[in-house]
Design a protein around this ligand. Structure first.
Ligand SMILES: CNc1nc2cc3c(=O)[nH]c(N)nc3c(CCO)c2[nH]1
Ligand SMILES: [Zn+2]
Length: 372
């Protein structure tokens, strides 16, 4: 019987390398979670997701409750069976997606009423309903139902929103059904206000969760304010608890956040970029629609073992995107996710080898050389 926990392996300043033990297997941290919003990592098969080195994927309550419906997924054996992903799955709670996706939404102290962006039908999410839906999906890691306020916002607006999310966290914890190897994460809010962030950490650790997410960021505040908020918040999270920074980020964001003690990440950038011809590489990004790639026989990256880099040229990818061929997004999504996983593995190895500071300098120097 597995106990859900984060096990430390090595440290470099605030940065940490370890293992996340779950009911659906152990995952090395720091880890990047490909976003599988509607039960699929867009343009990927689960075998290709696994081939990139991903250990844990993210699903969304909001999308899956609207289509195909949480009860249908439960009846079909849960999300692991439905999408044939045997590894751990973290599901977001729906609050963020409602605020950013659902038109005509109405927020009150008890939850959110909204219309589906698919067919306009009316739906309601509360802390209890969100937790129940994630249980129906059989999520390995369940996220608390919260509100992620748009930034910038006045401190009193941030405070009111955070305190409502803390009341919702209490209700989520009550609704959560504990199972060996499963977890529920509290989501720290408080905008970019250090005192409000500290109040939120106190509230959540007072309730007690298996892990803690830093929410309310990557909403336009910029990297400097995001890092300053991490500096003020991460050290307050119990050392033994896994830390998850929601919605982040670029490779440079990931490096700076691992440096500050974050263990888990999710972001749509590598998959969204894969569909829009933007390739992530060790030396910055490439726009493969650009004519300069039309006759370039080199792979996207010489350091990459993905299907695009092992079998094809930049010229071929350029052609596929110019011709609007489906294979373009498939190959480039695979490459971008492989790059993100290689980046995480490289940072983890450097922490374990006691060479993290030098590795960070090397990464930053490479990214600055966008000459290929
Ligand atoms: C892209 N930036 C971003 N910031 C986020 C912030 C939050 C947040 O505060 N709460 C919840 N539940 N989810 C969030 C998500 C979705 C994660 O993919 C975010 N995504
Ligand atoms: Zn590649």
């Amino acid at each position: 019987m597995t106990t859900f926990r984060w096990r430390p392996e090595a440290r470099a300043g605030h940065a940490r390398a370890g293992w996340l033990d779950t009911a659906h297997g152990s995952v090395p941290t720091p880890t990047f979670m490909p976003v599988g919003t509607a039960g699929t990592v867009k343009a990927m098969t689960m075998d290709s997701v696994r081939a990139t080195g991903a250990g844990i994927v993210l699903g969304n309550t909001y999308h899956l409750m609207l289509r195909p419906g949480a009860e249908r997924v439960r009846a079909l054996g849960g999300l692991h069976r439905f999408m044939d992903w045997p590894g751990p799955i973290l599901t977001d709670s729906g609050g963020f997606q409602v605020m950013s996706l659902g038109p005509l939404r109405k927020l009150d102290q008890d939850g959110v009423t909204f219309r589906s962006h698919i067919d306009g039908s009316r739906h309601r999410l509360t802390p209890e309903r969100s937790t129940d839906i994630q249980h129906a999906l059989d999520a390995t890691i369940t996220m608390c139902f919260d509100e992620c306020p748009a930034l910038p916002a006045a401190p009193d607006v941030i405070a009111k929103s955070m305190r409502m999310s803390m009341r919702w966290a209490e209700r989520c914890r009550t609704a959560f059904i504990q199972r060996p190897g499963y977890a529920q994460y509290g989501i720290i809010q408080g905008g970019t206000e250090p005192e409000l962030r500290a109040e939120s950490v106190r509230a959540l650790t007072g309730i007690g969760f298996e892990g803690y997410a830093i929410g309310g960021l990557a909403v336009g505040e910029g990297q400097e304010l995001m890092f300053a908020t991490l500096d003020a918040t991460v050290p307050l999270i119990p050392d033994a608890s896994p830390r998850y920074l929601m919605g982040v980020g670029t490779p440079d964001d990931l490096l700076g956040s691992v440096e500050r003690g974050v263990d888990m990440f999710d972001c749509v950038m590598p998959t969204r970029a894969g569909r829009t011809a933007r390739a992530y590489t060790e030396r910055g990004t490439l726009n493969l629609r650009n004519a300069r790639h039309a006759t370039d026989s080199r792979p996207i990256s010489p350091h990459c073992d993905c299907l695009a880099c092992s079998r094809h040229s930049r010229a071929y990818l350029h052609h596929l995107f110019r011709a609007n061929e489906i294979l373009g997004p498939m190959l480039l999504t695979w490459h971008n996710l492989a790059y993100y996983q290689r980046l995480m593995r490289g940072m983890r190895a450097a922490i374990v080898d006691g060479a993290f500071a030098a590795h960070a300098d090397h990464l930053r120097a490479q990214w600055a050389m966008d000459d290929w």
